[in-house]
Design a protein around this ligand. Structure first.
Ligand code: GTP
Ligand code: SPV
Ligand code: MN
Length: 623
């Protein structure tokens, strides 16, 4: 098939697609992008297999050894396209103030004028895939539908694993149902007769990830990777949904959701916000350690939560996704056995290394094998050996290498993961990656103090986003790259929840602040982390039940050493003090940094947060 067919605007829509706005939009976008061909994805297994085979034929996918990883593939991206591009991400609200100082902004008309020539003809020589998906259980009142038009088959197959994707979405959409239009192109049109010279077409220099919050549209240009390209995830379920949540009185958050059941069978639900590559997937699949017989942790979600107040006086959370796009490096059977078990079949790996027997490898797997592999092909297609790694420091897998896998692969999947009603939240946790200063765990004394902890959260940057790594930046609520409107208005939205919910007779969830990442003088993590985080989780539940007294500190209520269950772990009181102590000088600096952060956010900054800071500083001065 070639250009004339599409230019005649025969969009070949299947008869079951009846939504008038969708049909008109697809026709417009075909006219704009000028693809050679159009494929309406139905979400079937047959279609998934066919597209995967096509990606194998194109060299984008390598099929892994079925004896090692059944029905799994490896894709390696262009080295210029390995993570989210925060400096190319825009919130184009009508007013600049509504995007706020933490988002890039351009006037919508100016951005449209910028994108128009880029999208004009951007799919020449390629196929446009129409990918209908639901964020949240199909047809539930809580779900939102998106339709992604993309020239990447890789995106289409990833969306099948990450969302409820396919034909049934059109039944829900009907003739006049609402959807979020999501335009995506890798930004690499092919001239007549030109063939791809790369297996990962993208635009190495021009990238735009654009959101129009008022008209609820997403336009993504130039990248095929992760959150830049799988538009249901960060773009729709966080940046656009946070706008919906503000308007409609709910929350769209960068949070995992887990269930934890004690030996008596009582079940609790926790939602936790950690920045990118800071342990959400790990925590959501936690396996309780020795000393926790009869305890069970189950996963509802590993990255995104939509949370709504309910008439029964509780906040209910759903995971809008249907799969995990998780960080591979560091994952092994010691850190995350449930995750490793999820990855034995039907997985798409991106930017990990290939073993000589057709399996995948990443840094951290040597802990399982007891040794490094002798030879690999690294994520850039080069030979890798332990000697080369030692000499050059070359990583076999990119530090932001990821796996895409359906939630149903997870052996710890919660029975309610797909329940449109969601699960009632007992506590929120906020935690950044901090080598110093922030204690292992404290509980906010009030909702206000919890919002303060979240609003001032700092974290050392990771490979999940392009740019410098390991520098502390403020990442409020772990939402810095994902809040689709003014951050101070978002703080206000969280503060307003308290009064609104209390008026309705709600019991508000408790709020905790954690830090798994304190280091000693030698630069080593002091807290063992991973499964051992169960010990901290248990203390939180004890607090909820009124069974742990805790001790008042400057920054909330902390556990006493004896209140943590230590069975099965050697962790003495001195070590405990290393991860829980409050250093007066460090905190004085910390509050200065909060000042600078609040200064940046001064437009619409809730006064109560500044009062809270002053109160905390007074507590510090009294130490
Ligand atoms: P996104 O998918 O990017 O939003 O991130 P995530 O929060 O789901 O990240 P993930 O769980 O994949 O975190 C991976 C990183 O966190 C790896 O570097 C892990 O080694 C590290 N990590 C996770 N849990 C712990 C922990 O308890 N202690 C320590 N020290 N590191 C941890
Ligand atoms: C994150 O960076 O927080 C992710 C990965 O979850 S991505 O989908 O690429 O944004
Ligand atoms: Mn994330």
């Amino acid at each position: 098939m070639n250009a004339p067919t599409m230019q005649g605007l025969n969009i070949n829509a299947p008869a079951y697609v009846k939504n008038a706005r969708l049909l008109a939009w697809v026709a417009d976008m075909v006219a704009l992008c000028k693809p050679n061909n159009i494929v309406w994805c139905d979400g079937s297994q047959e279609e998934y297999d066919r597209l995967c085979q096509q990606l194998v034929d194109a060299g984008t996918f390598k099929k892994l050894n079925p004896a090692k990883r059944a029905d799994s593939f490896l894709a390696c991206s262009d080295p210029s396209d390995v993570a989210r591009v925060e400096d190319r991400t825009y919130i184009c609200s009508a007013q600049k103030e509504d995007a706020g100082p933490t988002n890039n902004w351009m006037e919508p008309a100016a951005m449209r004028a910028t994108l128009q020539p880029l999208f004009d003809g951007c799919m020449k020589g390629r196929t446009m895939y129409v990918v209908p998906f639901s964020m949240g259980p199909l047809g539930s009142h809580i779900a939102h539908i998106g339709v992604e038009l993309t020239d990447s088959a890789y995106v289409a197959v990833n969306q099948k694993l990450m969302t409820r994707m396919g034909k049934a979405v059109y039944d829900v959409l009907g003739v006049d149902g609402e959807f979020v239009p999501c335009m995506h192109t890798v930004g690499a049109p092919l001239a007549e007769g030109q063939k791809d010279t790369t297996s990962w077409p993208c635009n190495p220099t021009v990238k735009y990830i654009v959101h129009y919050p008022e008209t609820r549209e997403i336009w993504s240009y130039g990248s095929g990777y992760g959150g830049n390209a799988l538009l249901g995830k960060k773009c729709l379920a966080l940046r656009i949904a946070s706008n919906m949540g503000r308007d409609q009185g709910w929350l769209a958050e960068h949070m995992l959701i887990l269930g934890v059941t004690n030996p008596q069978g009582k079940k609790y639900h926790i939602a936790a916000a950690f920045p990118s590559a800071c342990g959400k997937t790990n925590f959501s699949m936690l396996v309780p350690p020795a000393g926790f017989d009869g305890w069970k942790v189950t996963t509802i979600g590993d990255d995104i939560a939509w949370i709504k107040p309910n008439a029964d006086g509780k906040m209910y959370a759903i995971n809008p996704e249907a799969g995990y796009f998780g960080v591979a490096p560091g994952t092994n059977t010691l850190t995350n056995p449930n995750c490793m078990a999820s990855l034995d079949k039907n997985v798409i790996f991106t930017n990990v290394a290939l073993t000589d027997d057709g399996d995948v490898w990443w840094e951290g797997m040597e802990k399982d094998a007891g040794k490094l592999p002798e030879h690999l092909i690294d994520w850039q297609g080069k030979d890798w050996t332990p000697a080369i790694a030692k000499e050059t420091g070359a990583k076999a897998a990119h530090p932001n290498a990821r796996f895409t896998v359906a939630a149903t692969n997870n052996p710890a999947l919660d029975s309610a993961w797909d329940d449109p009603a969601g699960v009632p939240i007992d506590a929120f946790i906020f935690g950044g990656r901090r080598s110093t200063t922030v204690p292992l765990v404290t509980e906010a004394r009030t909702w206000m103090e919890g919002v303060y902890m979240a609003a001032t959260m700092g974290s050392e940057t990771t490979a999940a986003a392009f740019g410098a790594q390991g520098v502390v930046r403020r990442d409020p609520f772990a939402m810095l790259p994902f809040c689709g409107y003014n951050m101070s208005d978002y703080f206000q939205h969280w503060l307003d929840m308290e009064h609104k919910l209390e008026e309705q007779g709600h019991t508000l969830p408790k709020i905790f602040c954690v830090n798994w990442f304190r280091k000693d003088e030698a630069g080593k993590f002091v807290w063992p982390g991973y499964g051992e985080n169960m010990r901290v989780l248990k203390w939180m539940l004890d607090r909820i039940e009124g069974q742990a007294q805790g001790q008042d500190t400057m920054f909330g209520v902390a556990p006493q050493y004896a209140e943590i269950t230590w069975t099965g772990l050697e962790f003495n009181e001195a070590q405990f003090n290393t991860v829980t102590s409050i250093d007066k000088a460090a905190w004085a600096e910390e509050f200065k940094s909060h000042d600078a952060h609040f200064e940046l956010l001064s437009y619409h900054m809730p006064k109560e947060l500044i009062d809270t800071k002053n109160a905390l500083e007074q507590r510090l001065a009294a130490l």
